[in-house]
Design a protein around this ligand. Structure first.
Ligand SMILES: C[S@@+](CC[C@H](N)C(=O)[O-])C[C@H]1O[C@@H](n2cnc3c(N)ncnc32)[C@H](O)[C@@H]1O
Length: 366
């Protein structure tokens, strides 16, 4: 039989090896993203010369600080997995299948993006794309994506593009909502786990829901998004999991199709910077309405000028390079005030890498 000290030693060795593997996994993604961005930016500046000096160079101080924040994010991700917030294998979740199938399409799509850039077209959709029924602010080629959020190819490329944009850290950034969400739900410890209801607003291709499922294996999960194509993609991803399938609904987050006081938890990742100010407030009000008293809201989005002024160049570059029409307004917007206006309390904020997080509670007696 193994003694306790032998077993502790074995755990220490496997943990150390797993951590090395995780660091190597992240490092490889980061190097790949850097290579991709370098080549793609170079080609873009050759074919659309007016984009050449559009982004300001980042100082060595900013690059060092980004590297420091990057390492901190990876460490926090690792620590949460160690503490059992989510299983360690979640850290190694990857986009291999999409990568093998769709990565060439990112390059194939570049000439269409260059053509739109040259013509300054930012709201262009193929003729077969149905544009009826969407808010005007939504009908944009966000990030210069062909057909915006409204085609299957856009949904197939989205996660790869976000992963490259964030140097392989997009999922680690999403996972920062999980510990406060899980902690916030302990308030409902008398509710059987399968009766806990959690909604992911603007769930996109379902990656956040996938991580919420890993964190809360028994909970009833729900997702809402405006894009039918992204919901189809989310359905493909989430139906691979043998556990109960989240209920996915096409709807505007400004007008959620759920009853009042329904969810114990609500999350929302990378939505607010793509909304005009009035829509931001309305989505927050809707999150408040559908949450049960005592429920927990966790938001993840871009860092803001308010708390990361040292990164102002990074935040100026982002909407200059990518089409993000509401971003400049977003980085100056005080979401704490908006949350308070809706009725939320105990609002906390955190910043990790280039993201910001809001954790807020609906009061017990609303
Ligand atoms: C940047 S993506 C984020 C997707 C996902 N949460 C993630 O972590 O990758 C923004 C998503 O918000 C959705 N969206 C934008 N405006 C919306 C609205 N008013 N109501 C519902 N979904 C919306 C888009 O269709 C898209 O899937």
């Amino acid at each position: 039989m193994q003694s306790t000290s032998e077993s502790n030693q074995f755990t220490l060795i496997t943990d150390t090896l797993t951590k090395f593997a995780y660091q190597g996994f992240q490092q490889n993604k980061s190097l790949f993203s850097l290579a991709h961005k370098t080549i793609s930016d170079r080609l873009t500046s050759i074919f659309v010369p007016e984009t050449e000096n559009i982004a300001q160079p980042l100082s060595p101080k900013i690059l060092l600080e980004l590297e420091r924040r990057r390492n901190q994010l990876c460490e926090a991700d690792w620590q949460d997995a160690q503490k059992g917030v989510y299983p360690v294998d979640t850290l190694f979740d990857s986009l291999w299948q999409d990568f093998l199938r769709y990565y060439p399409n990112i390059w194939i799509d570049l000439p269409s993006i260059w053509s739109r850039l040259q013509k300054k077209e930012y709201q262009k959709f193929s003729s077969e794309i149905e544009q009826q029924g969407y808010p005007r602010y939504y009908l944009q080629n966000f990030h210069h994506q062909t057909d915006g959020y409204l085609s299957d190819m856009s949904a197939n490329l989205y996660d790869l593009q976000v992963e490259i944009l964030f140097s392989g850290l997009a999922d680690s950034m999403r996972r920062r909502i999980l510990a406060p969400l899980k902690q916030g739900l302990t308030k409902f410890s008398s509710v059987p786990p399968h009766q806990i209801k959690v909604l992911d607003v603007a769930c996109g291709t379902g990656r956040t829901l996938k991580f919420i499922r890993a964190t809360l294996p028994k909970a009833s999960l729900f997702g809402v998004d405006l894009s039918p194509a992204y919901l189809r993609k989310a359905n493909q991803l989430l139906s691979k999991n043998p556990r109960e399938l989240p209920q996915l609904t096409q709807a505007n987050a400004e007008d959620l199709p759920h009853p009042d006081n329904f969810f114990h938890g609500v999350s929302c990742v990378f939505l607010f910077h793509e909304l005009p100010a009035a829509a931001r407030q309305q989505v927050i009000e809707e999150c408040f309405r559908v949450m049960k008293p005592g429920g927990i809201l966790t938001i993840c989005d871009s860092m803001q000028l308010l708390d990361s002024p040292e990164f102002d160049v990074v935040m100026e570059n982002f909407p200059a390079i990518f089409h993000e029409p509401y971003y400049r307004d977003y980085i100056q917007d005080n979401l704490v005030k908006r949350l308070e206006k809706a009725g939320f309390e105990k609002i906390e904020t955190e910043v990790h890498f280039v993201s910001k997080y809001w954790i807020a509670r609906k009061p017990e007696i609303a």
